[in-house]
Design a protein around this ligand. Structure first.
Ligand code: NDP
Length: 294
């Protein structure tokens, strides 16, 4: 008996960059792996490594006990899955496509209506990290379904985390972490543009950016405490002072012809928090202006 015969069979629907990485990890761990992609011809290397490639998604679904979906978004994944409800019944469906908690819950309701065991997941690492001990993936949905397939799902990442029964939770955590990531990356690029406008090379500024990052772990911890308690100590750096600092950066950026859309948004939130009476509080008090913005 080969190693493969002990392992759960897995189908991966979607062979974009991420789908190929997922299928590669399952293959590498010895799972019988079937793959399908809308556009034919993707995944030659997976086939060379032993994957079965099918012409239709329905054939791919029928080949395995666990079906992993990794497509562009939930509109696409639902369009692909809708005609496959009967084929999916009795199998475990794991949707690792990124989208919103609402779409995850809609997909879960659809799956429940068709008797499909459904887990909703989110991938928090790039393709090159998939299959390593460091790879962070979130799952949410029925605990017994996660536990039944945990060893298979853990093949994709050593840092595989089950968040709870609410199918939306994986997307909640995913959206929150990416909110932090994208706004930080946007600030990083803007900062290089600001210094670069005065002839400072990226490489010259980079060491100081890295040093600045060292304060973040502590800032994350203290911000979490303040968010949870609703108490925002501001003795050392009150919002009124920070608002003036942000204004300086906006003026310097405008003077250099740089985009100030993101900074103006930050300043508007600061101003609203101050108008609500938080001028003497710390930066976390801006959450009072972030909430209920519409
Ligand atoms: P790609 O753009 O590389 O692949 C998109 C996939 O969706 C392809 O398989 C594509 O098929 C398919 N697709 C798009 N539109 C349709 C459609 N109308 N019908 C059927 N299939 C369709 O994306 P990734 O693989 O990079 O990402 C997939 C998911 O993984 C996304 O939700 C992404 O956010 C998430 N993710 C990706 C990461 C990454 O580093 N790449 C990191 C973390 C999460 P076709 O080849 O036919 O176009």
């Amino acid at each position: 008996m080969t190693n493969q015969q002990h392992k759960t069979s897995v189908t991966v629907l979607g062979l974009g960059a991420m789908g190929q990485a997922l299928a590669g990890a399952f293959l590498g761990a010895g799972h019988p792996t079937t793959v399908w992609n809308r556009t034919p011809g993707k995944g030659d290397d997976l086939v060379a490594r032993g994957a079965t490639r099918t012409a239709t998604a329905a054939e791919a679904v029928r080949a395995s006990d666990v079906v992993v979906v990794c497509l562009y978004d939930y509109a696409v994944s639902q369009a692909v899955l809708d005609p496959l409800a009967a084929d999916l019944s009795g199998r475990a469906l794991v949707n690792l496509t990124s989208d919103t908690p609402e779409r995850s819950r809609e997909a879960a309701a659809w799956a429940a209506g068709h008797g499909i065991d459904y887990l909703d997941g989110a991938i928090l690492v790039p393709v090159t990290v998939i299959g390593t001990a460091d790879a962070l993936l979130f799952h949410s949905g029925p605990r017994p379904v996660f536990e039944r397939h945990e060893s298979t799902l853990r093949v994709l990442g050593g840092n595989t985390v089950y968040l709870g029964e609410d199918h939306g939770l994986a997307a909640v955590y995913d959206n929150a972490l990416l909110d932090f990531f994208w706004t930080s990356m946007s600030g990083l690029v803007h900062a290089f543009a600001l210094a670069g406008a005065d002839g400072v090379k990226g490489a010259e500024l980079a060491p100081y950016m890295s040093a600045l990052l060292s304060i973040f772990p502590e800032a994350v911890e203290s911000t979490a405490v303040e968010v949870d308690s609703g108490v925002y100590p501001g003795e050392q750096a009150p919002l009124v002072t920070e608002a003036a600092n942000v204004d300086h950066i906006i003026h310097a950026s405008e003077h250099r012809g740089l985009d100030v859309g993101a900074l103006s948004g930050i300043k508007a939130v600061l101003d609203r928090a101050i108008a609500k009476g938080h001028g003497a509080d710390g930066w976390t008090a801006t959450i009072e202006a972030v909430r209920g913005a519409r």
